[in-house]
Design a protein around this ligand. Structure first.
Ligand SMILES: O=C(O)c1ccc[n+]([C@@H]2O[C@H](COP(=O)([O-])O)[C@@H](O)[C@H]2O)c1
Ligand SMILES: Cc1cc2nc[nH]c2cc1C
Length: 356
């Protein structure tokens, strides 16, 4: 399924991109006056191969949940059980992501790809557990390449299923105590930045723990020979398996699945940024199908977005994950596309253009 998906992904359609850009300039507004929103609408036109692009509604949020062996190294103040407890909270509708999803009119699907506990069946829960958490990435590979592929394929099939059910915009979400450590390691590996530049404070840690966390990321990169990453897909898979998490792998698959279905994917925070680097290393064309919902407070997120060439729509110092930043950006993406559907042209409205 991974190979089939990679073979099916197409880059942005250059004709639709050019046509959308030219159309923006004919709408009744000064040229370029909608700033970055014009770029979003043009990007979606290129991704869909249509001008105007389809409205990105309804939206579907998928929260990929997993645990991390590196938790045992003291990289986060939170107990590992919070992952499974928050999964229950998402399913009961009580998390920030649920509130923001209600506001955005988005559905919420929770996917267990590696929580370190058994979960009872529940509406809205998709069970695709690969293992009960990863191994400690600072001691050796976090997972096998085979497990990484299984998690990628879980993400692809969740994306394709949501699109088959009618979703026309996919939003990435994550839950996993300690996953900002794996995110930092992936970002350092794929961007070549130093761990000290891209390792942040996650849910909130003191200076000593932050110094320790940077050292753990360095150990992880060294023990897994995770940098530099070569240009073959097998290199990307090896690095993902070495220092990633199951949710990173699944989110990378979710992004690939959206690109395959030509349905735009709004990326959330640093975990999604790290996962998108994996997806883009597997197929650079996926970036054309992504919108960066926001820029989180984690320093590695900006590094990931720069590497991907994506500009975040919202910057509110959010650092909760779950898909919250992606959900907040959804109405902006809708507004950008609606302009192309609803706004009159200078010709149709009889408005005089600026003399050239
Ligand atoms: O989305 C982000 O950029 C983000 C930044 C910091 C923390 N988080 C969330 O916090 C958890 C990981 O934090 P930590 O400190 O345990 O590595 C995980 O469940 C993430 O969803 C998320
Ligand atoms: C309470 C809590 C909620 C979260 N949501 C995403 N990551 C989280 C981490 C914690 C600790």
């Amino acid at each position: 399924m991974l190979a089939e998906t990679l073979a099916a992904i197409r880059p942005a359609d250059p004709r639709a991109l050019a046509e959308a850009r030219a159309y923006q300039d004919r709408l009744t507004k000064p040229k370029g006056s909608l700033g970055a929103l014009e770029d979003v609408a043009v990007r979606l036109a290129g991704a869909a191969g249509a001008v105007p692009p389809p409205m990105p509604v309804p939206a579907a949020l998928a929260i990929f949940a997993a645990d991390h062996g590196v938790h045992a190294r003291g990289v986060t103040p939170w107990p590992q059980e919070v992952t499974v407890q928050m999964v229950a909270n998402f399913l009961a509708g009580g998390a920030v992501a649920n509130a923001f999803a209600a506001q955005a009119g988005a559905s919420v699907t929770v996917v267990d790809v590696g929580v370190a506990a058994d979960l009872p069946d529940a509406p809205g829960l998709v069970k695709r557990k690969i293992a009960y958490g990863t191994a400690d990435l600072s001691a050796g590979p976090a997972m096998t390449v085979d497990q990484a592929v299984q998690a990628l394929e879980a993400g692809i099939s969740v994306a394709l299923d949501l699109v088959a059910e009618g979703a026309r915009c996919l939003i990435t979400g994550d839950m996993g105590i300690a996953n900002t450590t794996a995110s930092a390691a992936l970002i350092a590996a794929f961007t070549g930045r130093d761990p000290a530049e891209v390792t942040g404070r996650g849910t909130g840690i003191d200076d000593d723990t932050h110094t320790h966390k940077i050292a753990i990321v360095r150990e992880a990169l060294a023990v897994n020979s995770a940098t530099p990453v070569g240009s073959q897909p097998s290199d990307a898979l090896r690095v993902l398996a070495g220092v990633g998490g199951f949710e990173h792998a699944a989110i990378a698959g979710f992004v690939l699945g959206g690109a395959r279905a030509r349905v735009p994917v709004i990326l959330d925070g640093v975990i999604a940024g790290a996962a998108a680097l994996v997806a883009a290393a597997l197929d650079p064309a996926v970036a054309d199908h992504c919108v960066a919902g926001h820029r989180s407070a984690e320093p590695g997120h900006a590094a990931a977005l720069d590497h991907l060439g994506l500009r975040p729509l919202v910057e509110l110092e959010l650092r909760v994950g779950e898909g919250t930043g992606g959900l907040l950006a959804h109405p902006l993406v809708c507004a950008a596309v609606r302009v192309m559907h609803d706004v009159a042209t200078f010709d149709s409205a009889g408005v005089t253009e600026k003399p050239v």
